[in-house]
Design a protein around this ligand. Sequence first.
Ligand code: CDP
Ligand code: MG
Length: 738
Amino acid sequence: MPRSLSFDAGSASPGRRQRQGSPAPLAQRIKRAKTAHFDSDDEAEAKARASSSVVKGANGKVTGKVTPAVKLARKQEAERLLEGRKRLPVYEVRDEITKMVADNDTVIIIADTGSGKTTQIPNALMRSSTPCEAPRVVVTQPRRVAALSLAARVAAEVGCGVGGLVGYTIRFDDKSSKATRLKFATDGALLAEMLADRDLDRYDIVVLDEAHERSLRTDMLMGFLKDIQKRRREKYELWEKEVKGKGKEKGSDARDPSPLKIVVMSATIDAKRFSDFFNAAPVVYVKGRQFDVEVLYAEEAQADYQEAALKTIFQIHMKRPPGDVLVFLPGQDDIESLTASITTYMKDLATTYPSRGSLLICPLYAKLAPSEQAKAFAPAPPNTRKIILATNVAETSVTIPGIKYVVDSGMAKEKQYHAAVGIDSLVTESISQSSAMQRTGRAGREASGICFRLYTEKDFLELEKTTKPEIQRVSLTFAILHLLAAGQEDVWKFDFMDRPSKESITAALLTLHGLTAIDAKGRITSFGRQMASLPLEPVFARVLLSSFAEGCPSDIIDLLSLLGSRDNLLVNTVATRDAANLARKKFVHRTGDHMMLLNILKAFEDVEKDERKTWCKDNFVNLKAMNQVLQARVQLRERCERLKLDWEVSAGDDAEPVLNSLVSGLFANTALLQPDGSYRHTTSRRLINVHPGSTMHNKKVPAILYDELVLTTKTYARGVSSITPNSIRTKAPSVFGN
Ligand code: CDP
Ligand code: MG
């Protein structure tokens, strides 16, 4: 059993008990999913796909006819769910909310997580006749998984299949049809729709959900929507004056113009900023049901939050009454290693204290497969305590029933821009006070609970009050390219709710110029437009577009698909490291990690389908991730076809074209060998270490390129290849001169 940890009830309130009766004040939090190279969630083709009338089932297969038996089962399920819905605080006030939306162009709604905002409000709006009969509603989500699972939930509540009345659109996946009147979309997917439908004419109501997260893309949408609302109002008034009542042209099924309604939903009570931004829009506060949560602080500062979490989990299990535990950790790696340590101690527990019941560990993070995530939401078997090890996805975006204890590490992974090296990186950071309070609140959803903070009260009081909006923390290359592609000619005049710094806008413009996405006058080039229409971060879009000239688009599509799943592509545990390295030795390429990834994919494809599982096991490769790679590849190939680009050209075994394509997009991710054997970043001269997991670790070559930097105590380059110093100059002439 791990040694126990001392907690202190804190002095924040009388009776050494801190009430958590209402949502956190002034809370603004940012919770980001892990960085992925396919982060942009670009959905340029959504329009084409959305107009398809094929109804697809939840598994993505075309379902064809819905049988009466299916209809009946859906109806019964909807009736069953209605009972629970009626108990939600938002359900009771849904008519007041629709009336408020009918009377105002923009409405802000504040209610605690789990009150029913996301599932009930869009549904009620769809049934209203605001701002027209049968309104079409789109609801944005910062996370793909949320969009997907919410569409499924609301479809079940409505009693239809996903892709019918209720659907979703996320990057690489669209389940919506002509019949869809309530659509969940990632904020990125809605932004992408704007490239083809500038005024979002096909929606009557846009609901910006999870607005408190202040994700980069939600903030961009807010700026755009304010303008769109104005234009839609003008269009509507003109139509009302000149056309309305005169009858439609025969055969026209075009929808009449309508004014656009905007609903902003947030789980924290900092409504003023939203209201101010949207011209003093009214705010609706829905009082949630929140039970008291006792807050306990660590008596002394903890050097290792993982170990502190481990001790606390067992302390709870040994000494506290039944109830599930939700543990907040920064990232997937922490979750995996804590799972391993708990499992070790659990065996011990079963023999020493058989009567104590067992523990069920459920991981929960954005990249986890939906079927695995479902485990966290299902009730635990009898005599078992569920331990949910989660990242900050569990802070506001999902509600897990049965949580009585929260263990808060006080840390989260957060995207940050590092101007010196010009990249975004995920760093483990202390959370803000409002974030800590949201985490605490998760313990009081159904009954009173306890929150164990693995830090001292003094440390809590020193935390930032709120988290900075993402737009002020990350690289704006994507954002600025998108503004330009969406027709915003002067990016300096864009109406940002929180303005990013002058330096970061300038840096983005310089990068875009280096990528030839904009010309010297700051105007978007046709190349830039193509980049904006690809579901890739601009630098990777540039890599892909360059590969056509280099004669290796097929290889680059493979590589970008591989990089999208890289985090879980190779099985690397401490126990299997040596065996894995030995098995994978045959894939190693002299130029480094990128060609090695391509070698792995080639070998995988050479294996018969029914033998791939064994092959993956033998080579310590993750089959699921490999299948995701194949899926992503299909999508990227389709995108190229839509741009009329012939992607089928491959450079075969020649690495040079592949590396050249990489340099043309990732020229800023390069470093040169120094006389002392170290690598220094090409422009900033910062010291760059090759990550120990890279095949280029300990190798000395004149220049390297990397696709990711990990910043811990050192600056580590991951995904490293050897390149020629000359290629940096020739492939990025606008940056390094001729
Ligand atoms: O958006 P908000 O956090 O206010 O709540 P919601 O997502 O609308 O969820 C309301 C309730 O519906 C939750 O408390 C859950 O009990 C339930 N729900 C569910 O069971 N499964 C889902 N996928 C979503 C919601
Ligand atoms: Mg919600």
